[in-house]
Ligand binder design. Structure first.
Ligand SMILES: O=c1ccn([C@H]2C[C@H](O)[C@@H](COP(=O)(O)OP(=O)(O)OP(=O)(O)O)O2)c(=O)[nH]1
Ligand SMILES: [Mg+2]
Length: 152
């Protein structure tokens, strides 16, 4: 299913120097987001910085959201993940898409202008309303959790 999402270009280089986010293959779930930078940024071990993408989206549907996730290559090989671990884009957010990058590795990582630094995935959302009860209907698990079923 393809869904139309309003997008605004905030930096004139988007769409020319830096391509618009696009699915890399027909089966891709994620759209890579690029660092919309004037110059490269050095991210030392342990540092976190907020990168602009030069883009804003307005999802405009409370039953949809987007999540920003690390790219596996950056995270695994270079230790470059997200400062917030996962970014959540609300359907009513209209500001610039920002990516918090965290160098959790041991070596400095240089982010180049236009580099694909994270990926965005659209996800369905169910908003819940709470039904206040005194007792829950019984379930097989009950209150067991946090490994109560063992490791094997
Ligand atoms: O990686 C991210 C995470 C969030 N956002 C934007 C979109 C999101 O809708 C908004 C608020 O994010 P969130 O609710 O996670 O942050 P908060 O700390 O709760 O801020 P707020 O008080 O604005 O909700 O910031 C980004 O651009 N990138
Ligand atoms: Mg919030």
């Amino acid at each position: 299913m393809m869904k139309k999402i309003d997008i605004k270009i905030l930096d004139p280089r988007i769409g020319s120097t830096f391509p618009l986010p696009a699915y890399a293959t027909p089966g891709s779930a994620g759209l890579d987001l690029r660092a919309c930078l004037d110059a490269s940024v050095e991210l030392k071990p342990g540092e976190t910085t907020l990168l602009p993408t030069g883009l804003a989206i307005h999802i405009g549907d409370a039953n949809l959201a987007a999540v920003i996730l690390p790219r596996s290559g950056l995270g695994h090989k270079h230790g470059v993940v997200l400062g917030n671990l996962v970014g959540l884009i609300d359907s009513d957010y209209q500001g610039q898409l920002m990516v918090s990058v965290w160098n959790r590795g041991q070596t400095t990582f240089v982010i180049e202008p236009g580099e694909r630094i994270a990926q965005m995935v659209f996800v369905p959302i169910v908003q819940a309303e709470f039904n206040l009860v005194e007792d829950f209907d019984a379930s097989e698990r009950g209150e067991g959790g946090f490994g109560h079923s063992g490791r094997q």
